[in-house]
Ligand binder design. Structure first.
Ligand code: 5GP
Length: 194
């Protein structure tokens, strides 16, 4: 998605440790016009699929998924990262190792919001090692629902998540795939076909 790649080139900041910061338009301050274009692009890519619900993970995924969901006209469910007093009833859980925070935690979705046979699209901001997306897929499977695809805004193609999930036969659509990036020179190379 050319518009997104241009924006990453212009405003993305490459940090040591393979972290790309896009907090001026995606992760902290959010450019809603760009997010609408992202929503339209996911809708175009998954046009052939019947989607009943979007599943994402707090926190950064929520705003993105909420806008994307308007183009699919479906609800958003977001997985929570810790148990809270607001959670009741039966829970679906999966362990996730956070790329940015380097710690393991459980992600939790109340069972009553994911039903057997529903068609679910996973949406998230980044894909690195694929842990977050894989955890969400495990939750979908444990609900007996169908994983219709995984939509990622920015995939870091030099990390293994995308490869690992595609090899499992899952459909992963990333709007920009970073092939390589260099923190010292602040240069970034995208895969041609995104
Ligand atoms: P994974 O589980 O695929 O290793 O990492 C994906 C999650 O880690 C995403 O939900 C995202 O929040 C965070 N993440 C991974 N890499 C980056 C990055 O380079 N920049 C930012 N801002 N977040 C990242």
């Amino acid at each position: 998605m050319e518009l997104l790649k241009e924006r990453i080139r212009k405003d993305g900041v490459i940090k040591e440790g393979n972290v790309l910061k896009v907090d001026s338009f995606l992760n902290h301050q959010m450019d809603i016009k760009l997010l609408n274009e992202i929503g339209k692009e996911f809708k175009r890519l998954f046009a052939g699929e019947k989607i009943d619900k979007i599943l994402t993970i707090e926190a950064s995924g929520i705003g993105i998924a909420a806008i994307v969901a308007q183009y699919f006209d479906v609800p958003v469910v977001f997985a929570k990262k810790s148990e809270s007093i607001n959670l009741d009833g039966e829970m679906l859980t999966a362990p996730i190792t956070s790329f940015t925070h380097k710690k393991e935690y459980q992600v939790i979705v109340a069972k009553r919001f994911l039903h057997a046979g529903e068609n679910i699209l996973v949406i998230d901001d980044f894909m690195a090692n694929g842990c977050a997306a894989e955890g969400l897929c495990k939750i979908i499977q444990s609900a007996g629902a169908n994983i219709k695809g995984i939509g990622i805004v920015i995939e870091k193609g030099f990390q293994d998540g995308g490869k690992m999930l595609r090899e499992k036969g899952l459909r992963v659509e990333s709007l920009a795939i970073v092939e390589s990036m260099d923190a010292e020179n602040q240069t970034i190379v995208f895969r041609d076909d995104t």
